[in-house]
Ligand binder design. Structure first.
Ligand code: CMC
Length: 379
């Protein structure tokens, strides 16, 4: 029998249609429901983009007001979720905390066993509204700080920063954070979204699919890369007084050594984009603003040095996680919190895909070619 062709990692395999987003690797472009992501990042709030991903259209003023009110009502951390977080050790990775919180929210949801579109939309908005409190509180408890209650006079991004740091952030920082949330929100059939769609295809519930997606996102080949980028910067050594040129030279030397030792450097490369990630220019512009705001040119030196050395050696370009990592570092997030920030954003894309999967569901169940022992019998 002819051997079936194996598509390792499903590379290049088209498994379904989606109307949520379009990734075009030839033009390095990304559209959410038809809108270029860089336009959304420049002109919209993350709340508007979440609404767009779920509903297919940007909200009218009235629709946005109703949606925003609903999101604000869902912000406070459920006391039971807080109790569960409190019994988890601070040595647990924050992604494990996020995953557990999503699971607990599912078990406690009043519509837990209802998979209608209305129920799933309610669950999606609840997760979107509540996850910032989970992430913010988790960072605070690790620092021995108390929970900060949400502020309903602040938008999603400003409130997220408020709950994390217990003080209001300046508009430049809120804006950069909003941009990062929009850029992280959706990216077609990436590994975590596909994991969520696989779980949904069995007619399991939305929270199970999101919990599984969080597990998939944790890995350093996917969302965990934004944390890993910062570990690289730390390994090279961040020296706030250093000149941009000296930092760049040290980063270059580090990269040359890493590549000579066949190391995979996180924050570079992409399965779909081979000539550059569509989201990087927008996120890099936000990083540049944060570097200027915090007066930390040496971080730009490290950034430039790694990027140039990788490009010269292998022609591999940075992905979104590369500028996002140092941006979150400058804002004051602990390195382990970077991937949970990605979760808070991607909940929107995941749940849009979960609802889309259910609209024309077919169980996702591929085949494999057996290459184990020939048939044999118990002696
Ligand atoms: N560092 C060094 N070499 C690399 C890298 C990298 N980051 N990425 C790709 N390569 C090399 C790889 O070693 C291989 O070389 P060779 O052909 O000589 O063996 C070649 O490029 C092809 O790599 P691949 O891993 O087979 O390609 P892929 O399409 O399976 O990988 C990837 C895509 C994202 C898994 C990979 O580029 C990678 O591991 N990057 C680092 C992790 C990372 O930054 N992930 C975030 C992805 S984007 C945003 C997100 O989802 O969070």
């Amino acid at each position: 029998m002819a051997e079936e062709e194996i598509k390792k990692g499903l590379a290049g395999v088209v498994v379904d249609y989606t109307a949520v987003s379009k990734v075009n690797s030839d033009t390095n472009s990304l559209l959410y429901r038809g809108y270029p992501v860089q336009e959304l990042a420049a002109r919209c709030s993350f709340e508007e983009v979440a609404y767009l991903l779920w509903n297919g259209e940007l909200p009218t003023t009235e629709e946005l007001a109703a949606f925003t009110a609903r999101e604000r009502a869902g912000r406070p951390l459920d006391p039971v979720v807080k109790q569960v977080i409190d019994v988890l050790p601070v040595t647990a990775h924050p992604m494990d905390v996020c995953r557990t919180a999503a699971s607990v929210m599912g078990a406690r949801h009043e519509l837990a066993e209802d998979s209608s579109r209305e129920a799933n939309m309610a669950k999606a908005v609840d997760l979107f509204a509540a996850m910032p409190a989970v992430v913010a509180y988790d960072q605070r408890r690790r620092r021995g700080q108390a929970l900060v209650e949400p502020r309903n006079d602040l938008g999603y991004s400003a409130n997220f920063l408020w709950m994390t740091f217990g003080e209001e952030s300046v508009p430049e920082v809120v804006e950069a954070f909003n941009v990062s949330m929009i850029l992280y929100a959706e990216h077609s059939f990436n590994a975590s979204t596909f994991a969520g769609r696989v779980i949904t295809s069995t007619l399991s519930d939305l929270h199970s699919a999101v919990t599984g997606a969080i597990g998939a996102l944790k890995g350093p080949l996917h969302g965990g890369a934004n944390e890993a980028v910062m570990h690289t910067f730390d390994e090279i050594g961040i020296r706030p007084e250093e000149s941009l040129e000296d930092a760049a030279a040290r980063a270059r030397a580090w990269m040359e050594h890493a590549l000579a030792n066949k190391k995979k450097v996180m924050g570079f490369g992409h399965r779909v984009y081979k000539h550059g990630d569509s989201r990087v220019p927008t996120m890099k512009a936000a990083l540049d603003k944060m570097i200027a705001h915090y007066g930390r040119p040496e971080l730009l030196g490290l950034y430039n040095g790694l990027e140039a050395a990788m490009d010269e050696a292998k022609g591999i370009k940075p992905n979104l996680d590369y500028p996002a990592g140092p941006t979150y570092h400058l804002m004051g997030f602990d390195t382990q919190m970077f991937t949970p920030l990605f979760v808070a954003s991607r909940i929107t894309g995941w749940t849009a895909h979960i609802m889309e999967q259910l609209e024309s569901n077919s169980l996702i169940r591929p085949l494999s070619t057996y290459n184990g022992a020939e048939e044999r019998h118990v002696p």
